[in-house]
Write a protein that binds this ligand. Sequence first.
Ligand code: SAH
Ligand code: SF4
Length: 377
Amino acid sequence: MSDTNQKINLLGLSPARMEEFFASIGEKKFRAQQMLKWIHQYGESDFSKMTNMSKALREKMADVCEVRLPEVVYEDISADGTRKWVMRMDGGSAVETVYIPEKDRGTLCVSSQIGCALDCSFCSTGKQGFNRDLSVAEIIGQVYVAAMSFHAPGERRERKITNVVMMGMGEPLLNFDNVVDAMHLMMDDNAYGLSKRRVTLSTSGVVPMMDKLGDVTDVSLAVSLHAPNDELRNQLVPLNKKYPLKELIAATNRYLGKLPDKRKATIEYTMMDGVNDSMECAAQLSDLLQQVPCKINLIPFNPFPNSGYRRPSNNRVYRFRDYLISQGHVVTIRSTRGDDIDAACGQLVGRVEDKTRRSQRYIDAVQVEEQKPGKML
Ligand code: SAH
Ligand code: SF4
């Protein structure tokens, strides 16, 4: 192979690492800030066009580094404005990223791994097993591609992406360092400048890593609960056998306690017909969550072939929600978006060919006031 593979990919350098890089070639800190702006705000990957750097520096950089972007192999846009990209990563595996526009925000759902080792029984990403971690460049590359899709190269981009949720493929806390570096880029003013409240990491409950996360960052936290007791959660989320509910709830509270502001956790609860959607479950969930400052996000199950689960009727979902609300909880139902482009939550498997499946897209933390029968909006 050519020497390109040995060049440092600046796309994947966090602000701190970018400074280290420029220091290593004898340059000052502010060069790192300039470079972050060129890459992440202007979408510029050609050093010769970075005119606020000297010609000598630009030539030096061209020798040792590059801005290597993920290859977009498939892109689709739904009638409702939801967009999906499939990006080919180093090594050939594909990863999916979804953008969901709403009235007052635009949310990007980002993947952290190819596949997932945790094997939750209702998740098609889990069903495909674990392939590998994504690099920082591959994680932030998803944000880059989405952000740049809204503007012409070389122009300063508009802020179409206001929120990022680490809810695509993979368990972000099992790719800790790369996810944390990528989130630092999302929040850096020279890169994407997102508020820490608007970057959300979703975990199925890797307790020790939740503690570690609270030591290094203060993004918002979503916890994928899905069951109100250990017996049921052991079946749905096998990781529960290692870190049972009591420990998970305690870790969630420890994380919230480390945040500098008062913020709630989002509790995700994927609802499966006849499995975890009974009123008994609602009552148990309500009791359990009295101990945590949180908002509850109900996610009606997204079917996929041979999953063995069904989505509950809208009435069952509403009944469950209404009970929780009556007990004083803040509850939302994740809305369905992009159902014509196969951009489904928990169904992201990086497929390009299979466009026959029609599926639904649920997004996080959406206030769903308006409900339409048949299709949740
Ligand atoms: N691994 C992390 C983040 C990725 S999964 C986690 O589990 O939190 C993102 C969310 O999608 C999780 O809440 C997950 O439970 C949910 N999900 C997975 N499969 C789903 C399905 N088939 N239908 C609806 N939601 C699903
Ligand atoms: Fe992994 Fe999350 Fe899917 Fe569970 S729900 S298998 S943790 S991606």
